[in-house]
Write a protein that binds this ligand. Sequence first.
Ligand code: URP
Ligand code: ZN
Ligand code: ZN
Length: 467
Amino acid sequence: MGTILIKNGLLVDTEWIRREDILIVDEKISRIAKKINPNTLDPETEIIDAEGMCVMPGFIDAHTHYGLVSRGTVTADKFEEGSKCAAYGGCTTVIDFADQIKGKTLFESAEARINEMKDRMAVDYALHQGVYGSIPDNIETQLDELSTEGINIIKIFTTYKNVGYLIEKKKDLERLFKAATERKMLITAHCEDNDIIEKTEKNWKGDFSAKSHADLRSDDAEAKAITFLGEIALKCSAPLYIVHLSSAKGLEAVRDLREKGAQIFVETTPTYLYKNKSLLERKDAALFVMTPPLRTADDNETLQTALEDGEIQVIATDHCAFTIKQKLDTAADCRKTYPGVPGTSEMFSAVHTFGLAHGGWLKIQQMVNLMSTSPAKLFGLYPRKGCLHIGSDADIVIFNPEEEWKPADSIVSASGYTMFFDDVFVGKVKKTYLRGTLIMGDGFYLGIPGDGKLITEGESVAFKYPS
Ligand code: URP
Ligand code: ZN
Ligand code: ZN
């Protein structure tokens, strides 16, 4: 910390883009001006020349599963490793998940997760709180308690009945949507219809290799679940945030709901945008198994266009990284392969490469919006996070838009692999500052476990646009 002057960079905020200097004092952005004269500043000021670089607000990976304990194992990237991935990727805040713990209230469940994270996270973090199975009788009181503690995002599933995540009763869902909305708490949902998946599996004549994964969890299942939850949201006048949209059919369902007046926010990931199920034909296909599964190249294209057109509000990664060994050891049956892939360290560069540098139509300001401003606004972190405003946290990324690099040559995730194993990226994060402290500089990681803070969530912008 102290005073840092970043000079000559191209400052990119969602709302403006200017070649200006930016001054950081301790944890905050203090001044932005055409030329800031260092002679007028504290003599100890550190001066960084950002000529040729983009200077952007810290990115937010709004969907991570660091240190996820599930199916009798734990992910490779725990809180320390996940934080490292975040720092390399320019992500100064991640939004992770707290499972609902049996026998504990929602607040106690969140508190347990925070206690696990607080001495181990080196970037800032917020939480989505899971609500699973049947809704507690005193859900309203439990939501009040959670909200008072600054957790205003709820996560639900329309699948994973086998592990108790599915909320089966429509009545329960309606009660949850109503109660959450009355408290201006945003519901986020993993959408895959459990019945379709169970029926498909029952009638399945093929094998259970990774190649079958996309058909076992079809795009119809995604679309049906979106429609089902969207109708409930509509009935309850509640906004709904769909996590990791993977398919064109899913997007069609979103469009139909929006036509009817539903307020649906959509997140997708770099993998659903730029990778497809041809990866599931490889020998090491288990590495690419996640839910929902990878779809077709046509789905990629549809999502890319939807992104350019503003139909998708957030890019996050769903980072849920298992080691190559964990993946390959469970490869025989794709239903048992640990689901999930790494992503945080590559999020911005992947989108910059395929969405802009290689002739895509995205603009850099749009990218800042999708990976910083928009999640900050939706999850109540704005304007503390998500913008280059005076008084905002000095979460700053210095990015070289020209540098070419191979993600395969600099894997950060403890998984030991990357989804972008044969790609050359254009654009690299060179420095990441978390509240004025350098946590990654020129390839060196400087993050300190415990320096990451829990960021409480305020009101979501979703409630500013009543449906
Ligand atoms: O396969 C995935 N995506 N694993 C993480 C958990 C989830 O469903 O998002
Ligand atoms: Zn999910
Ligand atoms: Zn997830």
